[in-house]
Design a binder for this molecule. Structure first.
Ligand SMILES: Cc1cc2nc3c(=O)[nH]c(=O)nc-3n(C[C@H](O)[C@H](O)[C@H](O)COP(=O)(O)O)c2cc1C
Length: 391
């Protein structure tokens, strides 16, 4: 089974990502992993931290001579900011006077619930792990999953469809979403210049008022054959697994598959994607659809259309003009603590969600096609594609 986990604190020495269950023989490109991490750092509305960090994943194990060897892949991502925190947040007891306590929990963060749960009258330790700095490690792991999927012709990309009240307002085609990923400048990762300008104006407005803004990203999986995931058991359905993976990202508060939200207010005949039999030679089968309201998954199984997953982000919780809170020490009302913060992270969250979607799809692909080496997996994959092509 393809699995991954992460470790590390936001201002600790480094983050760690570990991926196991990858078949041997997958080409691993350092440049690709680092570019994915660079993409996560970008976007209009990021805070000062992203000017300090230059994320790069240092591979410790599981890759030799540029290819996976079937053993667990361990990666370390150094935190450049650690040099400013070595005395503040040491592993050993250190000097208590240098400690930077977070003495008034911030609404919208894990600060209060985590402090109560772990018995710290200080949200520092909770904040350090709850922070979305952790998503950098997910992106490194996701890049490895993407390289496996790429070897089977499956691509994953994201774009932003809403920031605050500004929205794309039209469907985007795969080619324009894929082209966005190649850009060397990232503003709000929107396929439409006019909509992107309106999104930037939303960020500018909250920059002026000391507030923050959320939005919606869309992740698209292109080139996945029908039949990945299953209807057979609740915890193996692809839609459920994607929802959990994307919802687990910091600040994501709703996940939608295809037209899931607007489908709820429509009638069935306007929602479901009629089936034809005019598929092109390039498609996996001759069965075809004129639309993809289902978002590429029916009954928990991929149906051969693009898988389309949307994540809805709440506005960032840390506010330059903080909301009310209570001092852990005095129990008196005070303003919530402020830590240097982003004001808009929709493009970056989209990149982190690509990683989560890639890891989820790669896991299901490994389960379906199996194989200890890429060659074995590709043989199984091609044999299956041939089988469904005959329908
Ligand atoms: C890429 C990314 C960067 C984020 N940066 C910040 C930030 O700078 N400040 C902040 O308050 N929240 C930030 N968040 C959101 C918080 O981490 C998140 O809201 C918080 O940990 C509480 O978790 P929850 O919103 O999932 O309940 C970021 C989220 C993402 C995905």
């Amino acid at each position: 089974m393809l699995r991954f986990s992460t470790a590390g604190e936001s201002h600790g020495e480094s983050l760690v990502a570990m991926v196991s269950g990858m078949p041997a023989g997958v080409v691993v490109e350092q440049e690709f992993i680092d570019r994915e991490m660079w993409r996560r750092q970008k976007g209009y509305g990021r805070g000062g931290r992203m000017r300090i960090e230059r994320d790069s994943a240092h591979i410790l194990s599981g890759v030799r001579h540029g290819k996976t060897i079937g053993s667990p892949i361990a990666m370390v991502i150094a935190n450049n900011d650690w040099k400013n925190w070595t005395d503040i947040l040491p592993v050993e007891a250190g000097d208590a006077t240098k400690h930077k306590a977070v003495a008034s929990p911030r609404p919208g963060h894990a600060d209060l619930a985590g402090s109560l749960k772990y018995d710290f009258p200080d949200a520092r330790y909770v904040l350090e792990r709850a922070s979305a700095r952790e998503s950098a490690a997910r992106v490194a792991a996701g890049a490895v999953a993407k390289m496996l999927l790429r070897a089977l012709g499956v691509e994953v990309a994201s774009h932003v469809i809403r920031v605050g009240k500004a929205e794309l307002g039209r469907a985007a085609i795969w080619e324009e979403i894929a082209a966005l990923q190649l850009k060397d400048e990232v503003l709000l990762n929107c396929v439409d210049a006019e909509a992107e300008a309106a999104m930037k104006a939303e960020v500018d407005a909250v920059l002026r008022t000391g507030d923050t803004v959320g939005g919606v990203f869309e992740v698209v999986v292109h080139g996945l054959p029908p039949g990945v995931g299953t209807h057979a058991n609740w915890d193996e359905r692809m839609d459920g697994l994607l929802a959990q993976a994307v919802m687990s990202l910091q600040a994501v508060k709703a996940v939608e598959l295809g037209r899931g939200v607007t489908a709820a207010e429509s009638v069935g005949s306007a929602v479901h994607d009629a089936i034809g039999y005019q598929g092109s030679d390039k498609a996996f089968t001759k069965f075809s659809r004129e639309q993809n309201n289902a978002g590429g998954v029916e009954g928990g199984i991929s149906n051969g259309e693009d898988v389309v997953v949307r994540g809805y982000l709440k506005p960032i919780s840390t506010l330059r003009r903080p909301l009310g809170s209570v001092s852990f020490e005095t129990r008196e009302p005070v303003k919530a603590a402020y830590e240097r913060s982003d004001v808009c992270v929709v493009p970056a969250a989209g990149v982190a969600a690509e990683a989560m979607v890639a890891l989820t799809v790669a896991r299901l692909v490994v389960e379906k096609f199996g194989g200890d080496s890429l060659r074995e997996m590709q043989r199984n994959f091609n044999g299956y594609c041939e089988q469904i092509r005959a329908y």
